[in-house]
Design a protein around this ligand. Structure first.
Ligand code: PEP
Ligand code: MN
Length: 359
């Protein structure tokens, strides 16, 4: 069997959209039970409770997870509040411990998906397991690695597979902690429409403000659910404090989502995806323009220090010539390109003028 032949019926065991929520990390029994209780009491339709037991940290000496003791707390969450449970596994030892503790849903984290040795080790430890396993996109924007990880799992007989879109790391700081890069996730989705996909707005946003919009966007493009970090006391969380929300805020977020109906499929579905791609590209255009202005500003400072005129006609000629040539190569009109670059250039001059005025 290959990935395209997999069927996604397993997801029907869960209410749709499939919502997974809970703290980034398990910290203490009381934190876990209070978070679980409040999610239940909020009435949010969340069938699966998540918590990281082992935490991959960028730098040493951070909180690296409570370890196996946290698995007992997940068990209690299941017994007392009737949740299914989910955690991240990053090596064979994690897999055996999580299976032993009867965790219901497992996921491979973004830092593990990048490493074929790690994924292979996890896949082999999971051999033949009949539980849902989600694969988060790798931290770097590489579609093949993401698909490869799912293939390794399928190769070991794991058939309840899903994908999680958690965004991609970039060097450039933007409003996102991890850039959504919708193009990659939608390419994945169009190649494997049969594999359930969840959105992880928490790790895309890295803050609380953008969560609802990103979750909605995930549903608009046809994802089957979301995994959202929720903590009983977010500001005090031991990891990812700035992006976690209380159970009550979570319930509110979920109740405000517009859930797709099947009649919306087809035209609206395709429109939704195109719109998402356009917004994503516009966002990147704006980010690039802002970076360009920052470089311009640096040039402005150098000109000021060296008493050079802001407007450099030869330089402007080179830029317009380049833009005209590129217009030809990409099939856009020269007129459009000239107008666009004229506007960018004018703003650039303005930025540099402001530096001169600061004198
Ligand atoms: C997490 O879900 O807490 C986590 C570590 O996610 P990611 O692998 O996406 O960084
Ligand atoms: Mn986290």
């Amino acid at each position: 069997m290959n990935l395209k032949e997999l069927n996604s019926n397993w997801i029907n065991e869960f209410p749709q959209p499939m919502m997974i929520a809970g703290p980034c990390s398990a910290e203490s029994e009381s934190q876990m039970l209070e978070t679980a209780r409040r999610i239940r009491e909020s009435g949010a339709p969340v069938p699966v409770f998540r918590a990281g037991i082992w935490k991959p940290r960028t730098k040493p000496n951070g909180f690296e997870g409570v370890g196996v003791i946290g698995l007992n707390w997940l068990k209690k969450v299941k017994e007392e509040y009737g949740f299914k449970t989910a955690t991240e596994v990053a090596n064979a030892h994690h897999v055996f411990a999580a299976l032993e503790a009867d965790v219901d849903v497992l996921w491979i984290g973004a830092r593990s998906t990048v490493n074929p040795f790690t994924v292979q080790e996890i896949a082999m430890a999971l051999r033949g397991v009949d539980k849902p396993v989600f694969v988060k996109n790798p931290v770097n924007p590489d579609l093949a690695l993401w698909i490869g990880a799912l293939e390794r799992l399928l190769g070991q007989g794991i058939t309840k597979l899903g994908a999680i879109h958690r965004g991609f790391s970039t060097y450039q700081k933007t409003k996102y902690r991890n850039n959504p890069n919708w193009q990659i996730a939608l390419d994945f989705k169009s190649q494997f429409p049969n594999i359930p996909m969840l959105i992880d707005p928490s790790h895309i946003c890295g803050n609380r403000t953008g969560l609802a919009d990103i979750t909605q966007e995930g549903l608009n493009v046809g994802y089957q659910g979301a995994i959202i970090e929720s903590h009983c006391s977010p500001d005090e969380a031991w990891s990812d404090a700035s992006q976690q929300i209380t159970p009550e805020v979570l319930a509110d977020l979920i109740s405000n989502l517009k859930i797709r109906t099947t009649e919306m499929a087809g035209f609206e579905d395709e429109m939704g995806r195109h719109r998402t791609l356009i917004s994503d590209i516009d966002f990147q255009l704006i980010e690039l323009l802002s970076q360009r202005m920052k470089v311009s500003e640096k040039i402005g400072k150098l000109k000021k220090e060296n008493d050079i005129a802001i407007f450099q006609p030869e330089r402007w000629k080179v830029i317009t010539e380049y833009a005209r040539q590129k217009a030809g190569e990409t099939g856009m009109s020269q007129e459009f390109m000239e107008k666009l670059f004229k506007a960018i250039h004018e703003e650039s001059i303005e930025v540099q003028n402001n530096i001169m005025i600061d004198r």
